[in-house]
Every structure is written in structure tokens, then in C-alpha cells.
Design a protein. Structure first.
Length: 137
């Protein structure tokens, strides 16, 4: 009987020391917020996927993670728009200077591809903003 009581006491102590799922999710969320502040947006999105997978019942952490997800996705898309816009402007400038018709046509294809990418990224930004009307980015 003493052995059973001792075993139950040890189990109680061990289970009390182990953090529960909500606490673990909160700890992961704190790491995600630090990564967000460090502008590591791709890692943030990957970490949020992990949080969703491993802690499906941590509702509060998942709600906050969704806000961070939207913000990180928006910032990534905006940065990608800036890079694409710069490449588009450079390609158009190069195209205007090019005399060789073949090279000019190849640059035209690149320009068209960059324009399509730019428009798609702008659509992504519009969708993110539409999903989060309370946040005026």
C-alpha cells in the first residue's frame, strides 16, 4: 500500500512539473513573436504551421498566431512587390536601350513575366487586407 501511495505521489509531482499544452503553445508563440520582431517572416510562418499542428486546442495562442500570420504574410508580400517592381523598372530601361531585336524580345518576355508577378502579388496584398479589415496596414 505504501508503494502505491509513493508511486502516485511521484506521478503527481512529475505531471505537475511538465508544462501543459497551452503553456507550451504560449512559449512557442513567444518565440514566434521574437522572430517576427527580427523580421524572420518565413521562419515565423513555418513556426505558426508547427504551432497549429502540435497544439490544435490552444485557442488563445492560435488566435494570436493568426494575427501574426496575416502581418508576416503582408510584410513578405510587400517586400516581394518592392523587389519585383525594381526588377521590372530595370528590365524596361534595359529593353528601351537594346538594339538587337532578339534580345529586346527576350527582355519583353521577362517584362511581361514581371508584370504578371507584380499584379499577382498586389492581389495577395489585397486579399490579406480584406481578411483583416480591423488592421489598417
Amino acid at each position: 500500500m505504501k508503494i502505491i501511495a509513493l508511486f502516485a505521489a511521484v506521478l503527481t509531482i512529475l505531471s505537475a512539473c511538465k508544462p501543459d499544452a497551452d503553456q507550451q503553445a504560449t512559449e512557442l508563440l513567444a518565440q514566434i513573436e521574437q522572430l517576427y520582431e527580427a523580421q524572420q517572416y518565413k521562419i515565423v510562418l513555418d513556426s505558426i504551421e508547427s504551432l497549429r499542428t502540435h497544439y490544435p486546442r490552444a485557442v488563445d495562442a492560435r488566435k494570436r498566431a493568426l494575427e501574426i500570420w496575416n502581418d508576416a504574410s503582408l510584410k513578405m508580400a510587400q517586400a516581394d512587390i518592392a523587389v519585383t517592381d525594381s526588377a521590372l523598372l530595370a528590365t524596361e530601361a534595359q529593353m528601351n536601350l537594346e538594339k538587337d531585336i532578339y534580345k529586346r524580345n527576350m527582355l519583353g518576355m521577362r517584362r511581361d513575366s514581371l508584370k504578371a508577378r507584380y499584379e499577382a502579388l498586389c492581389g495577395v496584398v489585397r486579399m490579406i487586407r480584406h481578411r483583416t479589415p480591423q488592421n489598417l496596414h
